[in-house]
Design a protein around this ligand. Sequence first.
Ligand SMILES: C[S@@+](CC[C@H](N)C(=O)[O-])C[C@H]1O[C@@H](n2cnc3c(N)ncnc32)[C@H](O)[C@@H]1O
Length: 303
Amino acid sequence: MHVSVLAEEVIEGLNPKPGGLYVDGTLGGGGHAQRILERGGRVIGIDQDADVLAETVARLSMWRELFTPVHGNFADMKSLLENRASEGVDGILLDLGVSSFQLDRSERGFSFQQDGPLDMRMDRSGGRTAADWVNTLSREELAEILRAYGEEPAAWRIAGAIVQAREEKPLTTTLELADVVSKASGGRRGRIHPATRTFQALRMAVNDELGALERGLVDGLNLLVSGGRMAVISFHSLEDRKVKQTFNKHAGRMESLPQGGARWVGELPQMRKITRKAVRASDGETADNPRSRSAKLRIVERV
Ligand SMILES: C[S@@+](CC[C@H](N)C(=O)[O-])C[C@H]1O[C@@H](n2cnc3c(N)ncnc32)[C@H](O)[C@@H]1O
């Protein structure tokens, strides 16, 4: 079962009203969505993973009247919601990354601890698998992905080892890749498995996670009604930077004009920050759920 991160903080921040319309762009196990439903909010739950969606639809079946599941990418939120939220929405949540459901199923290829096909696609209806990426990119391209998304210090060495290994036989399973990475980076040092950064980086590339975030943020802000809020939980510094910069650009200021009146300095739609700094999980939560350690929550409200 996926444990929802920063659940209290998200609900307090979104402050769902009975009858209000909320979009959970990363439905996952539906933990956050359920809390909104319990407050009487209507929820449109988007997930690009059809398996996750099917499980969560079954889990939330008692909320059928208030809950609408949608299979798709939150990057396409605007078109996905066209006929479902024409009046705009009162709140949007993005809780980025993968859920335990996906990590725990070896056949999805997200985990370096269990053997499975090297897939890593959240949406298996199309796109290139992690195996496609590692077996076709140049050493330079692989190293760049590992550096940019994984902040992997041994990126160049690992990329070289991948290219060398695949000359003998294409890499097709998670444990094959984990083994190549472990050997290239000199084995385990400390608590973190040597393949952690490589797997994270590949997953972000395979699913174009930063590209989706960029589109989802801009479309999401435009879908909000006045007073509507957007909450984003990120787990990666590049994601948090994107969220922070986007929110900052929209949370501008009014400037007085010499001829009288005032003008907005900032991007439209106008937003105001609800969280001044990123909200982090409490010590209690990080002790119970290590995944929450890197979580950062930011919330804005449409003016
Ligand atoms: C961290 S989990 C969400 C957990 C959920 N908030 C809960 O409380 O159970 C992220 C989920 O979002 C989905 N997801 C990630 N990126 C997505 C995207 N761009 N579009 C749609 N779904 C996405 C994943 O498939 C996964 O199920």
